[in-house]
Structures are given as structure tokens and as C-alpha cells.
Design a protein. Structure first.
Length: 632
């Protein structure tokens, strides 16, 4: 796991930016604390920060060249089937200087070019420079586990693992108002776009080639739409699911450094930890506990799993003060507005885990694959509505009037019933969007100042939105909902969060549920294998029912939440009212409409906050980012 950046200059103007390669590489230091090196020639500069995982010797350092000094690679990620590929390449006459997966990837590319991508089982973002051809080849893994951003103009092509690297090349910081409009609804910015007009994200399952000042971008992977022609029974599907997931976990236990597993106490991380313990009996597991927030604390369930599998376990028991103490560090590291507040917990879990291990397994991806979220259950019930669902919908006026808050079991239920009643009346596309967002299009637009509204290209936004919802359009089914989650929510929210917060602490996180063979299998399973009225993630629950502690079966899901509402009303009240969201700052900045911001603040401090804390958090993150990146 590493950080990569580079530049390809097309003329003398672009060449002037070559002086920034070292600074851009240094900006990624936390991603790769073990080693740094750069390569430059007349027109190309490549930088690499290394987090040593496989073959930690100097032989694995990058940029790495082939023996003929024609091809050079910088690579972020892991190839889990590299040993098998290495043996195959040796049979084809290739010799190796190292035991690294990087060298295997380089040699495979030399032989097979872009076709090598179909052979890779792992996660990756990499660049290969062909000195003879004078070209760059860049690729990103199938699901976007590893990030890759780029910018191309008439003078140059630049790229990096994080926005902070690109900023060091002196890019134009022109805000993309269609991206801002999306951010105010989703709390993140979907690719391929970014907060800046000129910067794009290479989409998952894509590669690009840059040569002679031209960029050619192609897709190499698409979620399969047709499953095995032989129908599977539920029992045989359970068996295959178990086998594929166990094989995935086994592949991800390969490391030359200490390896552990996150263990929240939920189903997904418990399955992964249990499978890991079967093949690595000394596995170390890690959990976060909340001293002050019993509503969010799951450590009792985690302890059941620890006892069941006899793992070495560490609980990081945190107070609200512990959580709050890291807030500024997290906000400082975010280099594009990103407001999933559970990033705070992931940051602290990663920070503490890194004291014991360099690699951690996680259960990410299972919810999007197998219908694990509240919204999936809501969507299922809407599609299969009975008298209860119709009654909830008919009482929409009541739910709308009742107090709503995520920080109370009762008020959270009112919040969920209100969202359900409103979503029930919508089309499949509008329903999906309403369940995926924290604010409507109108609410987001209302937050913008008149000047910002003028700069918002509504047609551009609508075109992008159609792309984000491509899987759900005219497909009123749970499987369509899940497919859309995989390419919208998983890539742009969940995986972005885990990569950013883990790499801020030099920790590699591996996600067994996103092995492409497992994803290809699960995607086309009948939706009744994934969810029914009694069970979410049905096939996972049933496949591992006999393996896990009985109390984990069909237990209520808890989110990875942090107590934002309390902070906003106490420690952060001055920051909100007197600084970031003050009338003076908002009006001087000119991006937001202060009357609308003030209305949110009033709701925040009322007895009926609803989901407003999520929208306030989005504004705080943006304002902090703007102050640090634009205003400074």
C-alpha cells in the first residue's frame, strides 16, 4: 500500500511543473511512511511513497524498472494472486530480482499490456511508463478500493493518489458547482468528477493511456449481468458463498508484516475475523468501544466473537473527548469535501490498530452486496408492501410532525418512518435518490448564494445524476438497488472513507467481501437469497449461522456513528456560530446563502433536529476545507 504521483509534460510550459514532483510525493508521506523515491527525465516525473507489506527489502522499492530499462512502474495496492502469476511467468522464461507483487505486475504488463488487468485479483492503482513508446498507462481496480485522480490540459498530464498531491503542482482551484450541489445532497462527491472543474477521478474498472498529448480511457470490467445458466438452489448457493469468501480471506492473509482484523461485533467483520482465525490462529482483532454512548457501543458482541474464536483482542474504549480530540487532525487531512461522519471512528480505529499491525482485514462491501442497510429493508418492504407498509404511508403527516433524531431509539424510529412514508410514494429512481441523500435537490439549491446558483450548470448536474443512477432507472428491484449502491455509494463513500482514514495512519485495509470472483457470483443471485421480511444479508447470515455465536444471528445493525449532535451543541458551538458558519464568514465567502444556513443552525439547537446534524457536518467540512485550501 502506497502513494503515487506523476507528471507527463507535453511542452516547455508543462515541463516547468516538473519541479513539483518531489513536493507532490512528500504530500503523500502518510500513505507510505517507509520509503520515498522519484524518477525524472526530460518530460516525465514519477514519485512513490512506500508502505512496505510484501518483500520489505530494498528490492521492492519503487519506482521499479525492468531489466531492459524500458518500463517503469509505481504501484499502490496488493495483488493477492501474485504467487501463482509469478510461477506462471517463470515458466514463460521470466526471472525475478525480488519477491514483490510489484515486479510480478510489471512483468505481466510487459507481456500482456492491458489484458493483464483481467488476470489480477487484488486492489490497485498504478502507472507504468514506457520509455521507448513515450507513454503512460494507468489503471484502477474493479471497485475503486484504491483512488486515482488526474488532470490533463494542453501542457501536461498529472496524477496522484490524493488531491493534496495534485495541489502541489499548482493546479487551478476552480470549484465545480455541480459537484458542490451533489455534495450538499450526498455528503460526498461521486466520480468521475471532483470538487475542482479540472480534476477527474479514474473510474473503477477503467484504464487510461496518455501518449502524444492525447488521452484514451477504456473500461476493462463491468459487473456481470447474466449469472450461471444453471439455476442454483439456496443450499448450493450458501455452500459456494462460504467457499468463495473463505478463499478470499485466505488470499488476504499474505503479508510480511503484522496483520490483524477489525471486529465491530457486527455480522460482516465477525465472519471475516472467524475465517481469518481459522487460517491464522494468532490473528489479532481490534474494536472501538464508546464509553459515553451505549446506544452505539457494540463491544459486547465483539467480545462474544473473540471468545468464540479465541483471538487476541484489543478494545479501544473511547470517550467523547477522545473522539473529539482527533477532529482537527481528520479535517486537516481531508483534501476534498467528504462528510461521512463515521470517518472519525475509522480514523481512530486505524490509528490505534496501526500501533499493533500494518495490515487489517475489514467487512466493508458486504452491506452493498447483500442488502445490509436500513434503506435496503425499506426498499424491499416498499416493493412488497402489505397492510403495515400502507398504514405507515397513510400516517405520513404524523411522522412528519413528530420529533426526529438519530441519537434516540424512539426519535430515530420516527425519523425512519417519516423517510419511509415519503419514499413509498416516489418512482424507483426518485426513491433511490431520496434514500441515498441527506437533502433534496431543492434544499441543496436553497443553501447556495445567488452567485453560486448562477455558476451551477443544472443540465450538467442532471446529466451526471443520470449516470449515478444508471443501474436503478426503469429497474424496480432490490438487485438493481444493490448494483447502483456498488458503483455509487460503495466506491465514492465507503471505500473512499476507509482508504483516506486508514492511509492517513499508514495502515493497509483489505476487504475480502470485494474479491471479484465473490462479487461476480453474488451480484446475480436471486434477491430473495439476500433479503426477505425476516433477514437482511440472508445468505451470509444462514451460511455462517453454525460458525458464529448464536446471538449474532439476525441481530439489529448499528451504524459506525459518532455523537455529532452533542458536539455541535457543546464543544463545537463556538466554531459553528462564531467562525465557520458565522454570518460574517458566509457572506464574505459568497458561496452560501446565510439565511438558509442560519435556518439549519436554528434547527440544530431545537428540540427536533432530525437529520440536520449531517447537513451541518457537510457545511463544517466544506468550510474547513475551503479555509485551508482556497482561502489560505
Amino acid at each position: 500500500m502506497c502513494g503515487i504521483t506523476g507528471i507527463f509534460a507535453f511542452n516547455l510550459v508543462g515541463k516547468f511543473n516538473m519541479i513539483n514532483v518531489t513536493a507532490a510525493t512528500m504530500a503523500l508521506a502518510k500513505r507510505g511512511p517507509d520509503f520515498q523515491d522519484i524518477y525524472t527525465d526530460s518530460w516525465v516525473g514519477l514519485g512513490h511513497r512506500r508502505l512496505s507489506i510484501i518483500d520489505t527489502s530494498q528490492a521492492g522499492h519503487q519506482p521499479m524498472w525492468d531489466d531492459g530499462k524500458r518500463f517503469c512502474i509505481i504501484f499502490n495496492g496488493e495483488i493477492f494472486n501474485y504467487r501463482e502469476l509469478r510461477e506462471e511467468l517463470k515458466q514463460r522464461g521470466i526471472s525475478f530480482r525480488s519477491d514483490s507483487d510489484t515486479e510480478v505486475l510489471l512483468q505481466l504488463f510487459i507481456l500482456e499490456k492491458e489484458n493483464c488487468l483481467q488476470r489480477l485479483n487484488g486492489f490497485f492503482a498504478f502507472c507504468i511508463y514506457d520509455l521507448q513508446e513515450q507513454s503512460l498507462f494507468l489503471a484502477r481496480d474493479r471497485y475503486g478500493i484504491k483512488p486515482l485522480l488526474f488532470l490533463m490540459d494542453e501542457d501536461k498530464f498529472i496524477f496522484g493518489s490524493e488531491m493534496k498531491a495534485l495541489i502541489h503542482y499548482g493546479i487551478e482551484k476552480k470549484i465545480d458547482y455541480a459537484s458542490l450541489h451533489a455534495y450538499l445532497q450526498l455528503n460526498y462527491i461521486p466520480g468521475p468528477d471532483s470538487i475542482f472543474v479540472t480534476v477527474k477521478k479514474l473510474q473503477p474498472g477503467h484504464y487510461l493511456k496518455v501518449q502524444r498529448g492525447k488521452l484514451d480511457q477504456q473500461r476493462f470490467y463491468t459487473l456481470p449481468t447474466n449469472g450461471d445458466s444453471t439455476p442454483l438452489t439456496y443450499e448450493s448457493a450458501k455452500d459456494k458463498f462460504k467457499t468463495l469468501l473463505e478463499e478470499s480471506v485466505k488470499k488476504r492473509l499474505v503479508a510480511d508484516v503484522p496483520l490483524g482484523s477489525f471486529l465491530s461485533g457486527g455480522l460482516d467483520s465477525s465472519i471475516v475475523a472467524g475465517l481469518a482465525a481459522r487460517h491464522k490462529p494468532d490473528i489479532h482483532t481490534f474494536s472501538i468501544g464508546y464509553k459515553d454512548e451505549p446506544f452505539f457501543d457494540e463491544t459486547d458482541y465483539a467480545k462474544l466473537v473473540v471468545k468464540h474464536f479465541n483471538t487476541s483482542h484489543t478494545v479501544f474504549s473511547l470517550s467523547n473527548d477522545d473522539l473529539y480530540s482527533h477532529l482537527h487532525s481528520i479535517l486537516d487531512y481531508i483534501d476534498e469535501p467528504f462528510a461521512d461522519s463515521s470517518a472519525i471512528a475509522v480514523y481512530i480505529l486505524s490509528r490505534e490498530t496501526r500501533k499493533h499491525a500494518t495490515v487489517a482485514l475489514s467487512g466493508d462491501g458486504a452491506d452493498e452486496l447483500l442488502a445490509g442497510y436500513n434503506k435496503h429493508e425499506a426498499a424491499f418492504l416498499m416493493l412488497n408492501a402489505g397492510w403495515k407498509e400502507k398504514a405507515v404511508t397513510s400516517l405520513g403527516g404524523l411522522w412528519s410532525a413528530l420529533p426526529k433524531s438519530r441519537n434516540s431509539t424512539l426519535f430515530n424510529k420516527f425519523r425512519q418512518l417519516d423517510r419511509f412514508a415519503r419514499a413509498m410514494k416516489l418512482s424507483p429512481t426518485d426513491r433511490y435518490w431520496q434514500l441515498a441523500t441527506f437533502a433534496s435537490d431543492a434544499e441543496s439549491r436553497d443553501l447556495l448564494s445567488p452567485k453560486s446558483k448562477e455558476q451551477l450548470d443544472d443540465q450538467l448536474f442532471q446529466n451526471r445524476k443520470r449516470g449515478w443512477l444508471s443501474e436503478i432507472r426503469n429497474a424496480d428491484s432490490i438487485n438493481a438497488f444493490l448494483r447502483n449502491d456498488l458503483h455509487l455509494v460503495l466506491t465514492n463513500d465507503m471505500l473512499t472513507k476507509v482508504d483516506l482514514m486508514s492511509m492517513a495512519n499508514g495502515l493497509e485495509v483489505r476487504v475480502p467481501f470485494l474479491d471479484y470472483e465473490l462479487v461476480n457470483f453474488v451480484t446475480n443471485l436471486p434477491e430473495e437469497f439476500k433479503i426477505n421480511r425476516q433477514l437482511r444479508k440472508r445468505i451470509a447470515q444462514d451460511a455462517f449461522k453454525e460458525t458464529l455465536p448464536a446471538k449474532l444471528y439476525n441481530r439489529p445493525k448499528k451504524g459506525f456513528e459518532v455523537p455529532l449532535l452533542k458536539w455541535f451543541r457543546t464543544e463545537m458551538k463556538s466554531l459553528i456560530n462564531d467562525d465557520l458558519l458565522s454570518q460574517r464568514r458566509i457572506e464574505e465567502q459568497g458561496i452560501f446563502n446565510y439565511q438558509s444556513v442560519n435556518a439549519l443552525k436554528k434547527q440544530l439547537f431545537s428540540g427536533n433536529p432530525g437529520d440536520v446534524h449531517a447537513r451541518i457536518w457537510a457545511l463544517i467540512v466544506f468550510q474547513w476545507w475551503h479555509k485551508k485550501t482556497i482561502s489560505s
